[in-house]
Write a protein that binds this ligand. Structure first.
Ligand code: 26Y
Length: 825
């Protein structure tokens, strides 16, 4: 109802056109006669932005006025993608904009595509943060995101001669979605030393004499909710030299170089997103980023709290802070420092406030992804914080010693400080000790952290501190925006677009599984999406693919644990099997397209080798006259959010084939099924819950279980494994013969399996993987059966909305309530 007379609505398409023209002619200072698509995008974005700002301001005033408890989501990554399409859909004015742009001579799809993705993240963790912001706003929660305004987001990937080449992603040229707040700044300190003094009462006080100061400047990004006036704020910090430009003293005294160097050093902090996903490298600049962002955010949060004139003990009733993995764990230490050093609270009183304020979400059990910082590095960069970390650890270990006397091993094992050379601070342990709740992101994952990496902490704090919140995705972007025709079809059967706010309504689709017309349209939409992807494949790789083939997709960061290598070995096996057949037999086979996409961390040699093999196999298979349409292998360059919006709706089958127990949740699995694709996957992460919701007949599961992994790895180490499947042996031999180019280029991938313990259990799962693919072929030949599976699956996906997920966080962890527009009083 609010949409009718909202501040953020255009009255009609003429009103919209008028605003677009005004922005072209005044804001952009161009004439309508040389208005290209870029200018049309800019003006359209500005026109919608003007409307958003009004609701944004009102939302902030409402939240301040009602003095409601706020949620702060601290994440080093926000993988937002494009904003315009989302903004138009959320205020339900995309159709009006389409008509208006048509009048001005533009196709809305072309205009939307001019926008640069906001790619301030690596993969799943960053995209989850973006889905959460969408849900928080759509559900009217008073919530802010806090992150870094990287000048360069995740690199752009180019594929040159089959290899990944990284190109910088400078994305800020024209960004109408951010608002610099030059008046909202915080001075952030680094280095220096700590002085211990005593106050009049004889109590020790600590003074941090910092060695370097850098300015944090706030940039705000409006986050509109769907079908609601609530427009929340994402605040991103940018670093600047504290003296403003460069230091004039130095400049005037002729020391130009060092004054400019100071400025550059300051700006370097927020210059670039670290491109590692699930791999900790322990770089000083990364620690500097973490503290810079955390300190600025906490200063801001505390400043806002102080305006309410409440007493400190009310802080956790007003503020909930969620830590997206351990990257913001220093916030725990920083809040304790503020309370004891700057506000003069007693340790225990302060610590209670801290623990009740924070919640920590773990996203991985991979040892190489668990952050540790060296004690000497922290000592150097943040001397006072190191003292506080030691004190936190001391009180914690004293508690452990009291409750578990005689268990001396336990103290060493749970200590926040690892007694290595050099000593290391275990950030996950610090995050657990400093939070009141710790959650994993899917049932299996939450069970695993309780029984493996954090088992001792379950004994110490009790099981109630640990919980599960299974991940979810926003159906607004991942269905309504990415697949508008499917969204309309669903709306036509479920009583309008309410399912976008209450995804459980999808279960009404069950009544239409047998409906002929509905099934036909369902299949037609998938086909049209495949035609669109086929065009994109042609344009970006030159490869022609037949949209009638089975589209088999694996798009995600390249990582050994995700096992793209097993997928490409499987494709080679398929190729060899086809080659073995007589031409007559061959023509009876089901045509397939194997589609890959994803970035490798620039320093991850094995991941880059995998990309190279995929491309090398592609260039052989795609040009083999015997094979024709029966098999194509393509690697789509530069996988990102806006490419995902094209790829996901076009998939028949997607691959979620991580070694059991390694993928915490996965979220693209949910996106694919929500768009009517089926899954081939292992019993890992959220695949398990997806199976439970959609039914076992609708998913192709294979492979060993998480509980078997340890024993299998042990067998590999001691040479007790079964001999390799002959099919896999043949794949290796073919690579080694040079069929796909210089075998030396791929030797590492093969020896990892054959000689180096096969840590990711490719050889253990290969046979059942191939069998599962045979099942897929069989099922796909029965098109009617496939459509039934597709519809039934979508009907069961209601659980995986990020709205459900946010409700669980709000109830179990944050204790916050929504604030509707009519509650402003
Ligand atoms: C230590 C640092 C370099 C680091 C940087 C990024 C460590 C981890 C990451 C990113 C992790 C990540 O994206 N994890 C994924 O989180 C998703 C959302 O919960 C899960 O669905 C997915 O399984 C998990 O791999």
């Amino acid at each position: 109802a609010w949409l009718k007379n909202q501040a953020s609505a255009f009255k009609d398409k003429e009103g919209f056109e008028h605003e677009v023209v005004r922005h072209v002619e005044t804001t952009l200072a161009r004439s309508l006669y040389n208005c290209d698509e870029v200018a049309a995008y800019s003006a359209t974005a500005l026109a919608f932005r003007d409307r958003l700002i009004l609701e944004w301001n009102r939302t902030q005033q409402r939240q301040t006025f009602t003095d409601s408890k706020r949620v702060y989501y601290l994440s080093l990554e926000f993988l937002m993608g494009r904003a315009l399409d989302n903004a138009m859909l959320n205020v339900k004015q995309k159709d009006l904009a389409r008509d208006g742009l048509a009048d001005l001579g533009f196709r809305i799809e072309d205009v939307i595509q001019q926008e640069h993705d906001a790619a301030l993240g690596n993969g799943g963790l960053g995209r989850l943060a973006a889905c959460f912001l969408d849900s928080l706003a759509s559900l009217n929660f008073p919530a802010w995101g806090y992150g870094l305004r990287y000048r360069y987001g995740i690199f752009k990937q180019e594929i040159i001669d089959g290899y990944q080449v990284e190109v910088p992603d400078y994305w800020l040229d024209f960004n109408p979605w951010e608002f610099p707040r030059h008046d909202v700044t915080v001075d952030i300190q680094f280095y220096g030393s700590v002085q211990k003094k005593t106050d009049e009462a004889g109590k020790p006080v600590f003074h941090w004499d910092a060695g370097e100061t850098v300015k944090a400047v706030a940039y705000d990004v409006p986050i509109p909710g769907y079908d609601t006036p609530t427009t929340n704020n994402l605040r991103l910090w940018s670093s600047k030299a504290a003296s403003g430009e460069f230091d004039f003293q130095k400049f005037n005294s002729g020391d130009y170089e060092s004054s400019v160097a100071d400025q550059q050093r300051a700006e370097t902090i927020s210059a670039v997103l670290y491109p590692n996903d699930n791999l900790d490298r322990g770089k000083e600049l990364r620690l500097k980023q973490q503290y810079f962002w955390v300190a600025a955010s906490l200063y801001d949060i505390v400043r806002r709290f102080k305006k309410t004139k409440r007493s400190w003990k009310e802080f956790p009733q007003q503020v909930a802070i969620q830590l997206n993995d351990t990257h913001p764990t220093l916030a725990i230490v920083e809040l304790q420092r503020i309370l004891i050093d700057l506000e003069g609270l007693e340790w225990n009183e302060a610590w209670d406030i801290v623990v009740n304020t924070f919640g920590y979400t773990n996203h991985t059990v991979l040892p190489e992804a668990l952050e540790k910082w060296s004690v000497p590095l922290i000592q150097h960069l943040l001397p006072r914080h190191l003292q506080i970390i030691y004190d936190i650890n001391l009180y914690f270990l004293q508690k452990v010693e009291r409750e578990f006397p005689d268990e001396h091993e336990l103290l060493r094992e749970v200590s926040i400080i690892e007694e290595s050379q050099p000593k290391m601070v275990r950030m996950a342990y610090l995050a657990i000790v400093g939070s009141h709740k710790v959650n994993g992101v899917a049932e299996l994952h939450s069970d695993l952290i309780k029984t493996t990496i954090f088992k001792d902490f379950v004994r110490i704090f009790g099981p109630d501190k640990f919980t599960n919140v299974t991940n979810g995705i926003t159906p607004r972007r991942w269905l309504h925006q990415a697949n508008p025709r499917l969204s309309e079809l669903i709306a036509s059967k479920t009583g309008g677009h309410d399912f976008l706010k209450d995804l459980k309504k999808l279960n009404q689709l069950e009544h239409y599984v047998e409906d002929k017309e509905f099934r036909k349209e369902w299949a037609e939409i998938k086909y049209a999406n495949k035609v669109r992807l086929a065009k994109h494949i042609k344009a970006s790789t030159g490869v022609t693919v037949n949209p009638a083939s089975l589209f088999d997709v694996q798009v995600k960061r390249i990582h050994e644990y995700k096992r793209q290598q097993m997928n490409i070995f499987g494709a080679i096996h398929r190729y060899l099997t086809l080659k073995d057949l007589s031409p007559e037999e061959r023509q009876k086979q089901l045509p397939r397209v194997s589609i890959f996409g994803g970035k490798a961390a620039p320093g991850y040699w094995m991941a880059k080798q995998i990309i190279h093999l995929i491309n090398s196999v592609g260039s052989v298979v795609n040009n083999d006259k015997d094979i024709g349409d029966l098999l194509k292998v393509v690697f789509l360059e530069d996988y990102n959010v806006s490419k995902a919006e094209i790829i996901i709706p076009a998939s028949d089958l997607s691959e979620h084939i991580s070694t059991a127990g390694t993928e915490a949740s996965g979220t693209s699995n949910m996106k694919f099924v929500l768009n009517g694709g089926l899954i081939i996957g292992t019993c890992d992460g959220a695949n398990i819950e997806i199976t439970r919701e959609i039914g076992e007949p609708n998913i192709f599961l294979f492979g060993n279980l998480a509980e078997d992994v340890e024993a299998l790895r042990h067998d590999h180490r001691y040479g007790k494994s079964n001999p390799l499947d002959p099919k896999l042996v043949r794949v290796f031999e073919e690579i080694e013969k040079g069929t796909f180019g210089n075998p030396q280029d791929f030797a590492g991938m093969i020896s990892a399996v054959r000689e180096h313990g096969d840590y990711y259990l490719v050889s253990d799962d290969f046979s059942s993987y191939i069998e599962a693919h045979a099942e897929v072929d069989k099922a796909y030949r029965d098109q009617e059966g496939w459509i039934t599976k597709s519809i039934t699956s979508v009907a069961g996906m209601g659980f995986f909305s990020s709205d459900r997920c946010i409700h669980e966080y709000a109830e179990e962890i944050w204790n916050v309530e929504p604030l509707k527009a009519d509650q402003a009083g």
